[in-house]
Design a protein around this ligand. Sequence first.
Ligand SMILES: O=C(O)CCC(=O)C(=O)O
Length: 272
Amino acid sequence: MPAVDLKKRYAEDGYVIIPGLIEGEYRSNLESACERVIAKTRNGSWLHRRTVGKQFPPYGQDNPDSWGIQHLMHPDLKEPIFVQWYTSPKLLGVATELLGCSEEDLQMELLNLLINPESHDFALRWHRDDIREDATAEEELKALNIWHYGVPRTEAQRKLSSGQIPENPLDMPGAIQITLQPGETVFYNSNILHCATYKSDTRRATLHGCMGDAKGGASRARNILQHGLRWMKGEDFFQTLPNSNANRMLEKLISLSDSSEQRGAVEYSLQN
Ligand SMILES: O=C(O)CCC(=O)C(=O)O
């Protein structure tokens, strides 16, 4: 899709699907790495995970089953392909196009893997990543303006997104269901109202990450830092970075984290 259409679709719909972004050997290497980290999570040797029963951070360890794997770029996982992909020219090219910023402005943030739990079905309720469900229409509009996208919920939408797990997500007025084919990538504004399901009998492995325009300053801090990113400040992680883009992106994250630490404790965006 030409860049101008890409941007228009993203601006109008809040998301855009791009086929073929991960191709060939890259894709098979990522798939093998995903298999290894899924195995480590399921056998209990990787504890940074999204735990069944918890919707948002802190995820805790209350249930042995998982619906996601956190911190894929963590050096202890020893899977450098993830940071290589996250900072690859192809991915950064689309990100800069959609965010309307240059590579110099990009900030390193999160990369995780969303998987099917082994023995429990799980669903994420309707939510916006950094706007609470109980925000008033006025608060919602104010927050959406910071994120440059979206309109407050209608009364009917509000009723179906006030913290409950949806029986049928498509009951939500205006809802659409997106099905991605293997190898397709969806870019979405994480403050559109969205939800998801994780069926134990259906294999799922979705690389799921975000990056930001550092010019957004502290507005991204809570949403990102609530996941616990101290490890990204360590020398071991720095040593895994594959290129100068990655170094620069990490510097942006560290400065966000440092200035946020000076302001006080990190809060959570949403309640479990
Ligand atoms: O499962 C998905 O694709 C969406 C995940 C999600 O909504 C989230 O992590 O906030």
